[in-house]
Design a protein around this ligand. Structure first.
Ligand SMILES: *[C@@H]1O[C@H](CO)[C@@H](O)[C@H](O)[C@H]1NC(C)=O
Ligand SMILES: *[C@@H]1O[C@H](CO)[C@@H](O)[C@H](O)[C@H]1NC(C)=O
Ligand SMILES: *[C@@H]1O[C@H](CO)[C@@H](O)[C@H](O)[C@H]1NC(C)=O
Ligand SMILES: *[C@@H]1O[C@H](CO)[C@@H](O)[C@H](O)[C@H]1NC(C)=O
Length: 416
């Protein structure tokens, strides 16, 4: 026992920096809560992790007790310890300061503004981001962190979270801390997270509990006038039929119960986009989530249309492309592609160009008839849900810092 604590003290003293790492926020789905998740490489010997928080840096008056889950990387079986705590009774619109850890060691102090759900929602949404190529996007998001309510990463993180026995994931999570510890960072899986049955996405994050598996892979949350849904398209190519069916059943119930004006669905794999082939996104693994395969793999498009989903965002291909409202391969074109009113089908946006290993450019693509605008720049989709009738999107070029509207778009609908 004594030897163990001595060894601990020595490793603690000689380790580089703080053993409390990879601090990041996420939404629980409740307007007065914020979840914080962090990681240590050593277990906490019989200690409870916690977050201290308050309205001033000098007075972190409140405590949120957390819990710990130890989990093994499948590469070398090495254990990591994920700690989670929910800060509660927060006042919307107020800035909170917080730090996390245990009686052994605490993180530095971070802050966040509890989103005000009575104000327009401002979100950055993108897929396919790695540290090497995407550093400029990470830096740009950091400069914008005070102006964002939520950042949503629609699959393919870090390239890959599990690489180098998980150390690539550790590095990524530390590099994004300058934005992810300040703005809730929501994620789900892309094909790059399917390794070891989604081990790293399950264990590194804390997404809203949806009542089925509660494992971060599919979830939803309300925010003001909008309902956001994150889905796992990877159940389809991974041939996980039972889970694909459970997700479909949950999705139907979730859409049925929704009371918000806008419904925004996100998943990793695109099913309408332009690429090098005349058919566009028509690869079997991409269209399987759309049209399904008998009872084993229920297709999603009909369901999204039945419940009049307003917008679908996806990644996987490394460009930006906005489509006309489209259903069953039929686009609904109207006069002004920059301002669509009462769209009869969801508007689809491909936004997989945050910056990853391989750059794609629309100049190499055969443009589809349903495509409105395609861009090869690196960046993210900036979404503003203004109120119950107006939603805006634009593409932000994070590399040039060119905030000139590259694809300014208004989606409008009559109030219900
Ligand atoms: C652990 O804490 C997180 C964040 O507060 C919470 O969502 C989760 O339900 C907790 N898990 C258990 C097993 O209590
Ligand atoms: C991952 O762990 C295995 C098993 O311990 C080891 O052989 C391999 O060298 C490690 N890889 C890296 C990149 O550290
Ligand atoms: C919603 O926002 C738009 C854009 O700012 C504005 O033109 C419209 O009047 C607003 N509608 C309501 C009901 O507030
Ligand atoms: C910024 O974007 C606008 C609109 O596409 C373009 O005309 C302009 O050349 C860009 N400027 C820079 C510095 O990239």
């Amino acid at each position: 026992m004594f030897l163990k604590s001595l060894i601990f003290v020595l490793t603690f003293q000689f380790s580089n920096g703080n053993p409390v790492e990879q601090v990041h926020l996420s939404l629980s789905g409740k307007a007065d809560e914020m979840v914080v998740t962090w990681l240590t490489h050593d277990p906490l010997p019989n200690l409870t992790p916690y977050a201290l928080f308050g309205l001033s840096r000098d007075a972190l008056r409140f405590t949120a007790k957390g819990n710990t889950t130890g989990w093994a990387d499948q590469g070398n079986g090495q254990m990591r310890y994920t700690h989670r705590a929910t800060m509660q009774n927060l006042v919307q619109g107020k800035v909170y300061y917080y730090q996390v850890g245990s009686s052994q060691a605490m993180s530095s102090i971070f802050n966040f503004r509890q989103p005000d759900q009575f104000q327009p929602l401002r979100a950055a949404i993108f897929g396919d981001l790695s540290v090497d190529i995407g550093q400029e996007t990470i830096d740009y998001l950091t400069t914008k962190r005070d102006q964002l309510d939520v950042i949503i990463h629609i699959g393919d993180l870090a390239y890959n979270l599990h690489d180098q026995n998980g150390t690539t994931g550790d590095e990524y999570m530390n590099v994004i801390e300058p934005f992810a510890a300040y703005v809730p960072y929501m994620v789900f899986a892309g094909n790059h997270e399917s390794n070891s049955i989604f081990n790293h996405i399950i264990h590194r994050f804390t997404m809203p509990k949806n009542g089925v598996y509660n494992d971060n892979l599919f979830w939803s949350f309300d925010f003001g006038n909008a309902h956001f849904i994150g889905l796992n398209s990877e159940y389809y190519p991974e041939k996980m039929s039972k889970e694909a069916q459970a997700q479909y059943k949950w999705l139907r119930e979730d859409l049925e119960q929704n009371s918000r004006n806008w419904v925004i669905v996100m998943l990793h794999r695109p099913w309408y986009c332009s690429n090098e082939t005349p058919e566009g996104c028509n690869d079997g693994w991409d269209t399987l989530p759309r049209q399904g395969l008998g009872k084993l793999f229920p297709g999603l498009e009909d369901l999204l249309n039945e419940y009049t989903v307003d917008m679908v965002l996806y990644g996987h291909r490394h460009t930006y492309e906005r489509m006309w409202p489209i259903y069953n391969k039929n686009p609904y074109k109207s006069e002004n592609p920059g301002h669509i009113k009462n769209a009869p089908a969801p508007v689809y946006i491909l936004t997989g160009s945050a910056g990853c290993h391989s750059h794609e450019d629309p100049s190499d693509h055969i443009m589809q008839d349903f495509s409105v605008k395609a861009l090869g720049e690196y960046g993210y989709t900036y979404l503003t849900v203004h109120n119950s009738t107006h939603l805006f999107t634009d593409f932000v070029d994070t590399f040039s810092g060119n905030i000139t509207s590259l694809d300014s778009f208004v989606l409008e609908k009559n109030s219900t």
